[in-house]
Ligand binder design. Sequence first.
Ligand SMILES: CC(C)(COP(=O)(O)OP(=O)(O)OC[C@H]1O[C@@H](n2cnc3c(N)ncnc32)[C@H](O)[C@@H]1OP(=O)(O)O)[C@@H](O)C(=O)NCCC(=O)NCCS
Length: 168
Amino acid sequence: MSLPVPSRAVITVRRARQADIPQMLRVMEPFVARGDLLPRTAADLAREIERYVVAADGDRVVGTGALKPYSPDLAEIIALAVDAAYQGQGVGRMIVERLLRIAGELGIGEVFALTRRPDFFYRVGFTLADKARFPQKVWFDCNRCPRQHCCDEIAVHIINVASGSFLA
Ligand SMILES: CC(C)(COP(=O)(O)OP(=O)(O)OC[C@H]1O[C@@H](n2cnc3c(N)ncnc32)[C@H](O)[C@@H]1OP(=O)(O)O)[C@@H](O)C(=O)NCCC(=O)NCCS
C-alpha cells in the first residue's frame, strides 16, 4: 500500500544501510509481484547491501536501486524501484544518477540494464543495446526469472560512464 506523499517532501539518495532492508523489501514487493523485478530476500540484501542505494523521504525509504558489477568495466543496474506514490517526481532519475556516479568512481566504463521500461532509461541518458552483448546476465539471473521463456526485456546501456559525461 502506498501512503500519500507529504506536500513538501525532500527526497535524498544515499547508500543503503542494513536497517533499511525491511523498507527496501516493502518498496520492491509490488514490482516483484507483477514480475518487473526479480525476487530478493532479506538475506540477499544483507549480503550485498553495499551495492544498494535508497531514496529516502526522511526516515521513509521510497526508492531502491543497486549496481551489480560483472567485470572491472561492466555493471548492471538492478532492483530499481520507486514507491508508486513517489513516481513521476524525478526519484528514479536521482537513483540512476547516483548509481552512475558510483560506477564512475569505481572506474566502470559501461552500465547496462535489462528492462521493460526502456523509455525511462532513454530519458535518463541510456541508449538501446544488443542483449547478446551481456551473456553473463542471461546465464546467471535468467534462470530464476518467471519470464525466462517469454522474455520481453530490452537491453539499454550507457558508456563512457567513468568520464562523467552523462552528467548534465
Ligand atoms: C521505472 C521507475 C523506476 C521510474 O521512476 P520514476 O521516479 O517514476 O521516474 P522519474 O520521475 O525519475 O522519471 C525520469 C524521466 O523518465 C520519464 N519516465 C519515467 N517513467 C517512464 C515510463 N514508464 N515511460 C516513459 N517515460 C518515463 C519521466 O517522464 C521523466 O522524464 P523527464 O525527466 O523528461 O521529465 C518507476 O516507474 C518504477 O519503480 N517502476 C516499477 C519498477 C520497474 O519497472 N523498475 C525498472 C526495472 S529495470
